[in-house]
Write a protein that binds this ligand. Structure first.
Ligand code: ACO
Length: 463
């Protein structure tokens, strides 16, 4: 560790420091350039500013050298002090605290506070925070009408995404994103209303009446009450489910610059209100390569159908015809995802209570087969957080379609912390990547049409 480097006890400065230079020679001009190498906090990675390459050009009127990085494989889009991941060592920490300790000892709302504020809350801060989130759980009655407009078989992620976006129209004052008070109330509202919206989506697809929030319950108990309560005057959730959901929410709360968080930051960088930015996050999370993977794991297991078919399925995946082992592999973890370890242990606990899930045997066999197979070993493909979460959710009787919604409820904490960090970062501007144009040069317009106004009559459509 160099003298200038801080220790884990010191408050990180949040700034990048100069740690050396990169000497670059342009073979086109024989000119040399010095590019600064920057480093982040205690264990921060190193990077060069992409804008420092812009000076490299062959003539003054040329645009200058860009960096080309489809899918952001090697581009840091921001500085962040929220989440630290070491993908090779399988380390995940929120604000310096190991995920294993938080999952074991903290509550979800405590973690949501930590992600946002950088420090664990004092008792009085926590009490106020829990009070505020609890007392903003109700949604406008029109949201109910809005959700009832969806078809019975609508995917709950489509419903959630639309409902979060719709909230923006109920809180026009949320546009004042530079006013800390408005930011605070929007963050409280979003965290408070996500479980209500999620539960309403569930009740709609099940054809059940909506259950209003019960402010005497904890965050997760209240969510389970809104999902599962029938005619009982007071819902009493299974404590094992409450604990499991609390842990799963903590594990899913943030994961630095993943696809959905990048979407929230990119959309939020246009200075739109946070409801609209978070709706973009929900949309990104819906995709099968991201939050939708837990749903795909269960579908995959359903298709495999029996442990005896596991070997054949693994061969199919290795055959490279497009099938993937869902719940395996990760852009940053090149070892066992630390969240997957916690989820696997949690699955054991839940199954002890509710009985073995019939598909767990297939999942265990799949995991064992993949972890011992050269194809997966050589590509460093290990189970990710989604491999076992679906099995737990299903044992709690959540429908498969609903798994990603549970992920979204938890991830809202991270999206909002990241959104606010982005707004407070003086270096951030509207996100606007460049491209390398590879299309035609200029060419004259010569129409290929014979008419500009084709007939749209029934006869024309039948042709
Ligand atoms: N099954 C089989 N092969 C895989 C898998 C998988 N799950 N994941 C990656 N590979 C292979 C690829 O085919 C590729 O092989 P090749 O080198 O022979 O071409 C190699 O491993 C590298 O894969 P990439 O797609 O380049 O890795 P990338 O970092 O782009 O993708 C991703 C990461 C999208 C997560 C990928 O591993 C995947 O599709 N996994 C399954 C979906 C999934 O579980 N997603 C959840 C991620 S966790 C989350 O979002 C919360």
């Amino acid at each position: 560790m160099s003298k200038t480097q801080s220790t884990s006890e010191q408050t990180p400065s949040g700034e990048l420091r100069n740690t050396g230079t990169l000497e670059v020679k342009d073979s086109r001009t024989d000119k040399s350039y010095s590019i600064q190498i920057l480093q982040g906090g205690v264990e921060g990675d190193t990077a060069a500013r992409a804008m420092d390459f812009r000076q490299i050009k062959t003539s003054p009127d040329e645009f200058g050298l860009m960096t080309y990085d489809p899918a952001f494989m090697n581009t840091a889009s921001c500085k962040s002090a929220i989440t630290f991941i070491d993908g090779d060592k399988g380390i995940l920490r929120y604000r310096g605290y190991p995920i294993e300790q938080l999952a074991e000892k903290a509550t979800f709302l405590e973690v949501a506070w930590l992600l946002r504020h950088g420090e664990l809350p004092s008792q009085s801060e926590y009490d106020q925070w829990v009070h505020d989130v609890t007392f903003h759980t109700y949604v406008h009655e029109n949201i109910k009408t809005f959700l009832q407009g969806f078809r019975y078989d609508a995917h709950p992620m489509s419903m959630l995404c639309s409902a979060v976006a719709a909230l923006s129209s109920f809180y026009p004052e949320a546009k004042a994103i530079h006013d800390p008070e408005q930011r605070n109330i929007s963050i409280v509202r979003l965290l408070a209303k996500m479980p209500t919206l999620a539960a309403f989506c569930y009740r709609h697809i099940k054809g059940l009446p909506f259950i209003y929030p019960d402010n005497s319950l904890s965050y997760t108990e209240n969510f389970l009450s809104m999902v599962a309560r029938m005619s009982e005057p007071k819902y009493e959730a299974n404590p094992v489910f409450v604990k499991a959901l609390e842990i799963l929410f903590i594990l899913h709360a943030d994961h630095e610059q993943n696809c959905s968080t990048s979407a929230v930051r990119a959309v939020g960088s246009s200075q739109v209100d946070p409801f609209s930015a978070v709706a973009a996050g929900v949309a990104a999370l819906y995709g099968p390569l991201h939050g939708g993977a837990n749903e795909q794991v269960l579908r995959m297991i359903g298709e495999i159908g029996h442990p005896k078919n596991v070997a054949g399925f693994i061969d199919e995946v290795k055959g490279g015809k497009g099938a993937r082992l869902m719940g395996f592999g990760h852009r940053v973890y090149k070892s066992y995802d630390p969240r997957a370890k916690i989820v696997k242990a949690l699955a054991d606990e839940v199954f002890k209570q509710v009985g073995m899930d019939k598909d767990l045997e297939i999942a265990l066999k799949l995991e064992e087969a993949a972890l011992n197979d050269e194809y997966f070993i050589s590509r460093k493909l290990y189970p990710n957080v989604d491999f076992y979460t679906g099995l737990i959710y299903r044992s709690m009787a959540f429908p498969t379609d609903f798994f990603t919604v549970l992920f979204a409820v938890a991830r809202a904490a991270g999206w909002l912390a990241q959104w606010e960090e982005m707004l407070n970062d003086k270096e951030q501007k509207i996100a606007r990547p460049r491209q390398i144009y590879v299309g035609y040069g200029e060419r004259p317009y010569t129409s290929k049409l014979t008419t500009r106004f084709p007939s749209t009559s029934k006869d024309a459509l039948r042709k």
